[in-house]
Structures are given as structure tokens and as C-alpha cells.
Design a protein around this ligand. Structure first.
Ligand code: NAP
Length: 310
């Protein structure tokens, strides 16, 4: 078992390899998901030592949280798990709106506790900024809920750099979750200097660029889910990305490691990236991604991978 890492300045610690669960009951994101396969992969993750389980109201919607709540109840393992979820979205006439108002956040934390069948959430995020609520006020509501023992750490996701600064005016933000991977490196300039300086854990989402960086696709592969519309999966960009992945494969092969693990290890080697939450669709991917902890990259390898994606 690995050393645990601290979530920002909170009292929450976890294995740096977590699990992203938007494919666990995330029927609105991926077609034909089997809920039993989803529950099994969460169970495997917990049995294998993964602690940080990342979900959101939005995945399903609601279903990912419910399934994770069921697994934890069935396993009787609440204290082994570091549960992270996200609130803010609401559905009005089947349209999604974002509401970070005080009343809504208070009632949504209670609703999330029910869906997850627990009496505390380890890390609660605002999933997106809304247009009207001052960011520090919204975080102030989460701080109240933290003081009341309903949540243990505070996060924000998808906030612009300025919105993050406003949210963290009183220093209450422990975690920022934003898109960052070898194909999308803007966060290195836009967020990491600030998060490092303020002891905020940066947790990248899409670490495998939705699977492309796992090194298993070729240019003939046809996607039938939301990836069919993602820029990195289109035409020439897709081919160029696959070529870069092949260069990483040379480094991985020379070490006797898999591309996915080398890529995931590269993130953890970056100053300020404390956790990763690769998503998985099957239990074997969960177990595979845990092998990242055994990968040791040299400074030359870190630099070489960085240069491939410059
Ligand atoms: P990701 O981690 O970049 O990619 C995950 C996909 O890669 C899996 O679904 C699987 O897809 C493939 N994969 C995973 N492990 C693999 C392995 N060992 N070998 C080969 N392929 C492997 O993308 P993501 O799951 O979309 O994002 C990660 C997590 O971040 C999500 O689950 C969610 O919790 C969070 N997230 C948050 C936000 C936000 O707004 N805060 C947005 C997006 C995601 P296939 O098997 O289909 O290839």
C-alpha cells in the first residue's frame, strides 16, 4: 500500500490513484452501460486499495452516486473510502442549469448524502460556476457545511483561474479539478502556479484523454459514444495524437511498462498534481491503473514525454 496524500489543507488523506466513475451508471454520457459491471468495478477498486472515488450528481444523472452508495453499503466499508462528489447542476424542463445559491447547495448536500447512503462526504465540489452567485459566498456555504460535519473538504471544478481565486478568497478551497492531460496542457500556466502557491490539490480530469492516451486505439477505430464529437478524436488530429502515443510506447516498452501507466505516472511526477482519477469501464482497467504506483520515471523520461507533447 502506498503513502497517502493530503487533499489540500484538509484532514482528508488518500491513495494518489483514485477512480473516476462517470462510466458507472453514467447513462447520459455513455450508451449501454451495464450497472452491474459498474458496481463491480467500484468494488474491485475498493478491494484493491483505491480510496478516492470521484462521482457527481450529473453522472446518470444521480445514478452513479446511487450505485456507489449501494456498493459501499453492501461492502460495509464507508471508512475505507474517500468519497468525492459534485453539486450545482439542476434540471428544469429537461434543461441543465447551474445553481450555486445558498439554499440550493444546502438542500443538494443533503440529497447527495441520501443518494450515497452516508452521513458525510469527504470532498464536495461545486461542479461548475453559476452566473450570479459570488464564488466566495458559495464556498462560504460549503464551509458552513464542513463546520457542521456534513463534508470534510471543499473543491471547485471548471472554474476559470479568476473564478478560482475569487472562490478561494478566504483560503477554504482544498481541491481544484480541471481538464489536464498531455494533449491539453494549458493548466500548467493557467492554474498550477496558483494552486501550488495556495496548497490546493490539482486533480486533472480526462488524464487519459478519454482513453486515447492509454495506447490502445488505431486510426481505424470508430467511436460510438460522446468521443465521436471530441476534437482529439477527429481526423488529422486523431492521427497526430496516435503518433505521439506511439513515441511514448517506445519509452514504455524500454521500461517494460504499459503506455497508460507511464502516462499516469507522468502526471504524478508534476509538482502540484497530487491525485489522478482515471476513469474505467471495467474492473480490469481499475486494477491495471493501480500499477502506475510501481512506475518510476527518470528525469530524462519525464522530459522526453513532455517534449513529445510540447
Ligand atoms: P479518462 O480517465 O481520460 O479516460 C478513461 C477511459 O480510458 C476509460 O473509460 C476507458 O475507456 C479507458 N481506460 C481507462 N483505463 C484504461 C487502461 N488501463 N487501459 C486502456 N484503457 C483504459 O476520462 P474520463 O473517465 O472521462 O475522466 C476521468 C474522470 O474524471 C471521470 O470518470 C470523472 O470522474 C472525472 N471528470 C470530471 C469532469 C468535471 O467536469 N469535473 C469532467 C470529466 C471527467 P475505453 O475502455 O472505452 O477505451
Amino acid at each position: 500500500m502506498t503513502n497517502k496524500v493530503q487533499l489540500g489543507s484538509s484532514e482528508v488523506f488518500a491513495n494518489p490513484i483514485g477512480l473516476g466513475t462517470n462510466a458507472v451508471g453514467g447513462h447520459n454520457l455513455y450508451p449501454n452501460l451495464d450497472e452491474q459491471v459498474g458496481k463491480q468495478l467500484v468494488k474491485t477498486a475498493i478491494e484493491s486499495g483505491i480510496q478516492l472515488i470521484d462521482t457527481a450528481l450529473l453522472y446518470g444523472p444521480f445514478r452513479s452516486e446511487q450505485l456507489i452508495g449501494e456498493v459501499i453499503k453492501e461492502m460495509g466499508c464507508r471508512e475505507q473510502v474517500v468519497l468525492a462528489t459534485k453539486i450545482g447542476p439542476k434540471f428544469v424542463d429537461e434543461k441543465m442549469l447551474i445553481d450555486n445559491s445558498a439554499d440550493f447547495l444546502r438542500s443538494e448536500v443533503d440529497a447527495a448524502l441520501q443518494r450515497l447512503q452516508t452521513d458525510y462526504i469527504d470532498l464536495m465540489y461545486l461542479h461548475y460556476p453559476d452566473e450570479v452567485t459570488p464564488k466566495d459566498e458559495a464556498i462560504g456555504v460549503l464551509k458552513e457545511l464542513k463546520d457542521a460535519g456534513k463534508i470534510r473538504a471543499i473543491g471547485v471544478s471548471n472554474f476559470s483561474p479568476d473564478q478560482l481565486k475569487e472562490a478561494n478568497k478566504d483560503g477554504y478551497v482544498d481541491v481544484f479539478q480541471g481538464q489536464y492531460n498531455l494533449l491539453e496542457r494549458g493548466a500548467e500556466q493557467a492554474y498550477l502556479p496558483y494552486t501550488r502557491e495556495h496548497n490546493i490539490s490539482f486533480i486533472p480530469y480526462f488524464p487519459l484523454a478519454s482513453g486515447i492516451l492509454a495506447g490502445k486505439y488505431n486510426k481505424e477505430y470508430v467511436f460510438h459514444d460522446l468521443r465521436a464529437n471530441m476534437p482529439h478524436f477527429q481526423g488529422e488530429a486523431f492521427v497526430a495524437n496516435l503518433e505521439k502515443v506511439e513515441q511514448v510506447r517506445k519509452i514504455a516498452d524500454a521500461k517494460g511498462e504499459e503506455v497508460a501507466h507511464v502516462v499516469l505516472a507522468w502526471y504524478l511526477a508534476q509538482d502540484g498534481i497530487d491525485f489522478i482519477i482515471p476513469g474505467a469501464k471495467r474492473a480490469d482497467q481499475v486494477q491495471s491503473n493501480l500499477k502506475t504506483l510501481d512506475v518510476r520515471l527518470t528525469a530524462e523520461e519525464i522530459q522526453a514525454i513532455s517534449s513529445i507533447f510540447q
